[in-house]
Design a protein around this ligand. Structure first.
Ligand SMILES: Cc1ncc(COP(=O)(O)O)c(C=O)c1O
Length: 441
């Protein structure tokens, strides 16, 4: 059932009654989780459509690693699938296998992070496409393919300057030589059926940018240049092998992440691996999500569970790092670092209650935080928006916690209930526009 955000948060008790609740008590409350992350699937689908339109003719690969950046893979992946998206990326093999279970065989799943002893057989057998960042893994993947009697579909990953995963220049040359020698082995041993089956198909070449979120920096163009020449070299090897190791003109070419997808023109590659912006968050310092036409997908909410008068001079929370300067009121709000809310935002963060911002005072604890509401019109049971639509942004929490919006959403822990909300996109878009936000397409 689709329901608008205003319905979701409609008061259920009349004025004068106490306590007041600012959203209906529904069956979703019965689990007892006090903090919940509302996941707006309509916003997610709208963001995906917007990004795909922007990227075309390049294709959108939806990055859903780390529990869909904390949003909940069980909600996010089926919602993207329902909207027609079929290309997914994760980091690890266990994430990839989980996704295969969730979405079945119709989707392409790419994973790129595994270790020297990771069992690759299950991934290869499940048709997971794997990034290759070491020469050794070419051998291991070929062995896994032979053991599981299938073909390993691989994306060679080039380190074009990030210095993280990917084949460094010398290893890149060795990987190409290994491919050439594999192919030569096949040609010389055509009578042997097992040798004729290469076990490998190179389906892609990939890399990752280091500073695409800082459009003025020259390193992005330098990385693209290195990537382009690696692509040419791989094309030559595949063409020499005449299709036995994969078709050069069908190679998937991908280096762009969210910031690159939003800023680079001409666009490098045939597809982009997009994570953060799918979730309606901006990877760019000088453009907000609203500026980019994106709608935040996660809204982290709690409620006031205690409210008390506090005399001037009273302290707040562990360490008593805050002292009330005057008589005031403290609201107790469930939500702390056990829920993934950063303790480093103590005494800096704000939350929103009935549309008004209030400061978080004292240290954020494992399970709860104190909000100074003073003389504000609030009551026990009121909804507290920690971040997301109608509250502070994840980017603001990033600033308060000395981190980035990526981490703010991704670290939201298992204790928090993820609740699917649908049909709110239009309402949210309208409220952004009313608040002075711009939507550009
Ligand atoms: C290899 C790789 N590709 C793509 C992405 C997606 O990046 P973004 O969330 O900026 O779109 C990530 C995210 O960290 C990544 O590690």
């Amino acid at each position: 059932m689709s329901r608008s955000l205003s319905e979701w948060r409609a008061p259920v008790l009349m004025a004068g009654e106490s306590p007041r609740y600012s959203y209906p008590v529904t069956s979703t409350d019965s689990s007892g989780a006090l903090v919940r992350a509302e996941i707006d699937v309509a916003a997610l689908q709208a963001n995906a459509a917007l990004l795909a339109e922007r990227l075309a003719p390049a294709r959108l690969k939806c990055v859903v690693k780390a529990n869909a950046y904390g949003h909940g893979i069980d909600i996010v992946a089926p919602a993207l699938f329902a909207a027609g998206w079929r290309d997914f990326c994760v980091a690890t093999i266990s994430e990839a296998l989980r996704l295969r279970e969730l979405l079945g065989d119709e989707v392409t799943i790419t994973a790129w992070l595994y270790g020297p002893t990771t069992d690759l057989d299950a991934a290869v057998a499940a048709g997971i496409e794997l990034g290759v960042s070491t020469v050794d893994s070419l051998d291991r993947l070929r062995d896994a393919a032979h053991r599981t009697n299938t073909t390993a579909r691989l994306h060679l990953k080039v380190d074009t300057g990030l210095g993280r995963n990917g084949l460094a220049p010398a290893d890149w040359k060795r990987a190409l030589e290994k491919l050439r020698s594999l192919d030569a082995g096949l040609e010389s041993d055509e009578a042997d059926a097992s040798a004729v089956a290469p076990g490998l198909e190179i389906v892609g070449i990939m890399s990752h940018y280091a500073v695409a979120d800082e459009p003025e920096r020259v390193e992005t163009a330098q990385q693209t240049h290195v990537f382009d020449s690696a692509h040419r070299e791989l094309t030559a090897v595949l063409d020499e092998a005449q299709g036995r190791l994969g078709e050069s003109d069908r190679l998937e070419v991908h280096i762009a992440n969210s910031p690159a997808a939003l800023t680079l023109s001409p666009f490098p590659g045939t597809s982009a691996r997009v994570g953060l912006s799918l979730y309606g968050l901006s990877p760019l310092d000088d453009q907000s999500a609203q500026d980019l036409g994106l709608v935040p997908v996660m809204r982290l909410v709690s409620q006031i569970v205690n409210l008390k008068d506090i005399p001037s001079g009273h302290g707040a929370s562990y360490g008593l790092t805050f002292t009330a300067a005057a008589d005031t009121r403290f609201a107790l709000v469930p939500g702390g670092y056990g829920d993934g809310i950063a303790r480093s935002a103590s005494n800096r963060a704000e939350v929103s209650i009935r549309g008004t911002r209030y400061p978080v005072v004292g240290r954020i604890a494992m399970d709860q935080m104190i909000v100074e509401v003073g003389a504000g019109e609030v009551a026990i049971g009121d909804e507290v928006v920690i971040f997301g639509p109608d509250g502070p942004s994840a980017a603001e929490w990033g600033t308060w916690a000395d981190t980035i919006n990526y981490e703010v959403v991704t670290r939201i822990s298992e204790r928090v209930d993820r609740v699917e909300v649908d049909g709110s996109t239009e309402a949210q878009r309208d409220s952004f526009l009313e608040a002075g936000g711009t939507v550009s397409r």
